[in-house]
Design a protein around this ligand. Sequence first.
Ligand code: ADP
Ligand code: MG
Length: 560
Amino acid sequence: MNRLKAILSRIDRKGYGAYKDLQGSYDFGQFTLFVDKVQRDPFAPPSLVRVRTKENRFAPELFRNPVRRTAFEDFLNRAVEQAVRRTVRGNRGSGKSGRVEIQRTSQVVLPRSSIVVESGYVEARMAVGLPARGRTVDARAARAMLLDELPEVVQTALTPAGVDEGAAREHVETVEDASHLRNRLPELGLVAFVADGAILPRESGASDRPLGKGAVPFESPEEFRVAVELPNRGEISGMGIPEGVTLIAGGGFHGKSTLLSALAWSVYDHVPGDGRELVVTREDAVKIRAEDGRSVAGVDISSFIRDLPGGQSTADFSTPNASGSTSQAANIAEALEIGTSLLLVDEDTSATNFMIRDERMRELVQLEPISPFIDAVRPLHRDLGVSTIVVVGGVGDYLDVADRVILLENYRPCDATRRAREVRERYPSRTSHEEGEVRPPMNRRVRAASIDLSRGRKEVARGKGLATVELGRERVDLTYLEQLAEPGQTEAIGRIIGEFAAGGRSRAVAEVVDSAVRSIEKNGLDSLGNFRGHPGELSLPRPQEIAGAINRIRSLQATT
Ligand code: ADP
Ligand code: MG
């Protein structure tokens, strides 16, 4: 600490570059400060630091297994965010002067690189904007930041004295319950579970926080109600959605998309207070949508589309500009390739001609390459074991292929399976559905050499915000990967792809993803990091999103 003071006094008012002298570690008594990387100037990305406490006096049950540990680390990340908001003054001069940041969390709980809980210490990885006046060192402000504010943050967010242990326990137990529930879905024959009392609607289209006023709590129809015993909360009840084909029907604005979207997000655990704490979906579930304009590299979409104009093969389909239906077909084929047990499809974001073709169109249009999704949902389940939950408002034909129908009225679900059967008998569909033949998942190899990381003299493979990965000069657009939760995941994906590209070897997409996931399991998320000591801001992505990003690289080539 005294050494830090001395250095600061020495470099006061010198050029900003003098801050480089801070690199190193400092003993603060209760904790150690590591200055891993010093920014070049006040406007550059902030400096990277770590604080590591000398002991971990938190109750060991808060982190006694991997699920609890991840939840507790998530809790501490949020505690630091809060402590920073309360104690750090923020702006202290030019550029990023005075800022203290830790990874920004979302509503979901993920393994992140921001906090490390070990039995002997707790460590937080942060970024600080070392304060400047113009382009010179402002030592007084730096002293206030590093010697007053930072220790205060450590004290209030990283020691039992400052942290609300009851809240920590609730956080950890909630996540453990959700994770337990999700793991039990297969043995219960379910693909998803929505607890009674869950709050599904969100504040707005732009916010993932729960709707405050006027939210109607979820209440399971009697017919689908399942009781489950959880390790912490004991017995709870809710709607179990069995394997097979499930329709979510209902009038416009009655809450269909809200339910489906809650299911899509519930591949992740949610924080207490989110409303979806006890909503869980199979962890490999994939939301499928139309995404016209995306590129496709060597994908077998022949289960859905055959004989394109010009004789282009659909067993090995590539395009820089997919249509609504070909993009949706590619999204499904790619989901099957990486592995999924549940597809989530919303009519709102689907290509109509992909979903259905009615009798008149079958009559009028003879040259139709598309065999609609409706003909594939049953074979998908029967032959490949892949269930589907599909939201329909307008296309009654889906009643013919559904195992069950959940009808939403005023946000309240009821079991309309029997009524749907009666309707079908009274109004038989005039389209004869020949069940399609669904091809087994493909296993493409892609060329690492088709990804060019170079930009000028630099190699670049990184995330930019939530929805962009930068690979050299290419910006991969992930806007429509609807289950990507945090920028930290995007960053991790960028680095995984970077390693694949740098390796130079053609490999199967599934193998690239598998080996990345296994290596993270073994060596930790930090192993994706760039810097000595400080790994940067990383969150664990799912295999589905890693593959999703690879598949959207415009320069990507499949080998044949
Ligand atoms: P649909 O897909 O059936 O047209 P949405 O799911 O888009 O309907 O929901 C319509 C509106 O109702 C949205 O603004 C949504 O936030 C709101 N909503 C959905 N579920 C609930 C609920 N349980 N309680 C209150 N509002 C809800
Ligand atoms: Mg909708």
